[in-house]
Design a protein around this ligand. Structure first.
Ligand code: D6G
Length: 805
């Protein structure tokens, strides 16, 4: 499956120019004043900027309510096949501005009010952002779709940079309340853990369990200008009221109440790992928690739709015709044995029927090829926490191995490779294998968000259909258009430069090339390679300060997993290099280095439209897709990148000559792995590399602690899995080509236009259309839900309700 991109950021730009009827403005104002008064209990004398944000958010939410209720009613009436997107992460960012755009409401309010909104940071990176983009696209395409996940009380940590080091702060995003969610305690569901399995004549029974309640919080997901409002349902853990009090002999009431926290810890915090499996019991609890609550909800909705039929027993025969469940990576993989448990133990279907239905229901998306990211849960842990599920997994594995043995008799090696249970170093369950065996469709990824530069040269159709962007190819040689495009970029850069100067107290040269590398900090993403290039540029300036130089502002940002020592050292190196470069008067405005603190969705929305050069430089074969790469392309940046992940497709779409491609291809990396990678060889042969490494090693960038970076240096020479030195020379030369083109603004902008024109393929609307037909078997609809006349609708609703009482 090829690549996706969300269209939301681009719409944001459009609506700024959108015109809204006077009536709407008047109505908005009325709502706003009403909420300021009644919801926030403030008047204009005492209201804070945050109060204004909340008043506006509530007003905008009011406009969603009628559409939301009506959409859900519509689904009950028409009973379409429903799509369930299960994910441990939904990286939503801010909601207010997007919602206003989707409703066609004027984006007239003060920018500062939008800035009051906390990011919903319930994700780490691309995987979580993809889930958010998909929810947006599914609603825009009119699919009866639901996002299901966890309402983490603390999202991804806030990153502070103190003395050049990353310091984590808890993300207390709910502190002031969340105007977008609606708690639904009435739909709370039990989730079981631990216990044991009892074999009865009626089949297996899971007994003596500990119960935690799952409380749903619903967030509306509006489609773009189509009156569809879908639901994202996030579960929060609640202790049952009799938690630890069942046994009246215990006697310690206070302790029992305090211990409720233990149960509720399940939804306390998002694990801050990107592409890394930590294997903690609490994480497995989170994974099962979301799965168990969600499947009960799905089955309840399935049964509800059958309520009117004559038969009293529910037939599950049509289950896969009514339900599609997409697993966002293996994190919700326990849904497979859980659905089997429900079918076999509770609904009393025979195993083969249950398995057939299960397989036809699930589809799985794989997100990574890095071995350290693959989930492999210890059998022992599974046995304690979910004993019945372990039995089911064993049974699934037995049947699976029997089939393979029949196909490939005596191929023991194959059986070992394909087993769901790995034996080496303590038994573990390979969750990717479980997903593959339990699904009817498996696909790889590519993710996206988008944010296009303002232009009206091709009309606004592309907002719904990015393929329209191809029309821009006719304008590549149009001087006026070229000027318009570069003007928009210049404006975006100026705005961002002001932000940087304010936040970082560094003077930014707005005509310098904005060279941007933002993503999670990871060895495979090779921020180190970028850093070595910065040092090389610095050394060149120092060597001959009068030589011509194309000025650059290098911006690097991203969070390191709190337990990832090497990633934290990389941040410290970047900030140390920045300190030296930025303070050197010889360098002046030719080179500046900024480490962008706390990179997150709302900051991506600022930096991406201001970028000239996008860094996508992972070692070939390591990035499954990439998220940012496509967003940058769509927003008028050129890409310097390896032939990795979606860069490959980007080069295919735009033509390789319109990207700055460098470095080893996947085959070269494989070849080098065979021969052995010798970092020392490059160090000896490349004087500029040697100089940079010697400087880091000798404490040039850390004079107070010359040994500071010894772990980094040791890694680079002795166990660099990602072969930074091997791509150094080609990267530096490629950067020279970048600088050369940047000297010719017209040619640069022409290439930008060709890239934007070629970016249509990377729309998440396009991707979801493909998923809909190829995986889920649902039709994207142009859903004709009439817009609600809110006040009348509300009155009728009330009247109906009163009649029933
Ligand atoms: C959302 C919207 C609300 C609806 C509720 C339950 O909160 O109008 O009644 O979801 O929907 P189902 O879970 O019954 O589909």
């Amino acid at each position: 499956m090829a690549t996706p991109v969300s269209d939301q950021e681009k719409r944001k730009q459009i609506s700024i120019r959108g015109i809204v009827g006077v009536e709407n403005v008047a109505e908005l104002k009325k709502g706003f004043n009403r909420h300021l008064h009644f919801t926030l209990v403030k008047d204009r004398n005492v209201a804070t900027q945050r109060d204004y944000y909340f008043a506006l958010a509530h007003t905008v939410r009011d406009h969603l309510v009628g559409r939301w209720i009506r959409t859900q009613q519509f689904y009950y009436e028409t009973d379409p096949k429903r799509v369930y997107y299960l994910s441990l992460e939904f990286y939503m960012g801010r909601t207010l501005q997007n919602t206003m755009i989707n409703l066609g409401l004027q984006n007239a309010c003060d920018e500062a009010i939008y800035q009051m909104e906390e990011d919903a940071g319930l994700g780490n990176g691309g995987l979580g952002r993809l889930a958010a983009c998909f929810l947006d696209s599914m609603a825009t395409l009119g699919l009866a779709a639901y996002g299901y996940g966890i309402r983490y009380e603390y999202g991804i940590f806030n990153q502070k940079i103190k003395e050049g080091w990353q310091v984590e702060e808890a993300d207390d995003w709910l502190r002031y309340g969340n105007p977008w969610e609606k708690a639904r305690p009435e739909f709370m569901l039990p989730v079981h853990f631990y216990g044991r399995v009892e074999e009865t004549k009626d089949g297996s029974k899971w007994v003596d369990t500990q119960v935690v309640l799952a409380m749903p919080y619903d967030t509306p997901i509006p489609g773009y200008m189509n009156n569809t409002v879908n639901t994202m349902r996030l579960w929060s853990a609640r202790a049952p009221n009799d938690f630890n009090l069942q046994d009246f002999n215990v006697g310690d009431y206070i302790q029992a109440v305090l211990d409720r926290n233990l149960a509720e810890n399940i939804s306390r915090v998002l694990y801050p790992n990107d592409n890394f499996f930590e294997g903690k019991e609490l994480r497995l609890k989170q994974e099962y928690f979301v799965v168990a609550a969600t499947l009960q909800d799905i089955i309840r909705r399935f049964k509800n739709s059958k309520r009117d039929s004559a038969s009293t027993t529910i037939s599950f025969e049509t289950f896969p015709d009514k339900v599609a469940i997409q697993l966002n990576d293996t994190h919700p993989a326990m849904a497979i044995p859980e659905l089997m448990r429900i079918f076999v133990d509770i609904e009393k279907l025979d195993w083969d029927t249950a398995w057939d239905l299960t397989k036809r229901t699930f589809a799985y998306t794989n997100h990574t090829v890095l071995p350290e990211a693959l989930e492999r849960w210890p059998v022992q842990l599974m046995e304690t926490l979910l004993p019945r599920h372990l039995q089911i997994i064993y049974q699934i594995n037995q049947n699976h191995l029997d089939r393979i043995a029949a196909l490939f008799p005596k191929d023991m090696d194959r059986l070992r490779r394909m087993s769901l249970i790995e034996e080496d170093g303590g038994k573990r369950i390979n969750m990717a294998h479980l997903c593959i065996v339990g699904s009817h469709a498996v696909n790889g990824v590519a993710e996206i968000h988008s944010n296009i530069i303002k232009t009206d040269a091709i009309g606004e159709e592309y907002v719904k259909e990015l393929s329209q962007l191809q029309k821009l190819n006719d304008l590549v040689d149009d001087d006026t258009f070229i000027r318009d495009i570069s003007k928009v970029k210049q404006e975006n850069k100026l705005k961002f430069a002001q932000y940087l100067e304010k936040e970082y107290k560094v003077k930014i040269n707005p005509s310098s090339m904005f060279d941007v590398h933002v993503k999670r900090i990871h060895e495979y993403k090779r921020q180190l390679l970028n850093c070595l290039h910065i040092i090389t540029l610095y050394n060149r300036i120092k060597k001959d300060p009068t030589a011509p130089f194309v000025p650059r502002t290098v911006i690097i940002g991203g969070k390191a997993a709190p337990g990832y020592h090497m990633a934290k050292m990389i941040i410290k190196l970047i900030t140390s290099v920045a300190e030296v470069v930025n303070k050197d008067p010889v360098v002046g405005s030719n080179l500046k280095v900024i480490f962008l603190e706390n990179y997150r969705v709302s900051l991506a929305e600022k930096v991406i439209p201001a970028t000239d050069l996008s860094e996508q430089i992972s070692t070939a074969g390591t990035e499954a897709s990439g998220t940012g790469n496509m967003k940058f392309m769509l927003n008028g940046a050129l890409t310097i990148g390896t032939m990795d992940g979606a860069n490959v497709e980007m080069a295919e779409e735009a033509g390789e000559d319109n990207l700055f491609i460098f470095g080893m291809r996947v085959e070269d990396v494989a070849e080098m792995d065979k021969k052995g990678y010798d970092a020392m060889k490059y160090y000896k042969e490349l004087p500029e590399l040697k100089q940079a490494i010697d400087q880091i090693k000798s404490g040039f960038f850390s004079p107070k602690q010359p040994e500071l970076f010894k772990d980094l240096i040791n890694m680079l020479f002795n166990h660099d899995r990602f072969k930074v030195f091997a791509d150094f020379e080609d990267y530096v030369q490629c950067q020279e080509r970048v600088s050369k083109l940047y000297e010719n603004p017209k040619e640069w902008t022409k290439m930008v236009i060709k890239n934007i024109a070629a970016s249509g393929k990377f729309s998440s609307d396009r991707t979801i259309t493909d998923y809909a037909t190829e995986i889920w078997g649902v039709e994207p609809t142009d859903l004709k839900i009439p817009p609600p006349n809110e006040p009348r609708e509300a009155i009728e609703e009330t009247a109906r309700a009163l009649k029933k009482m």
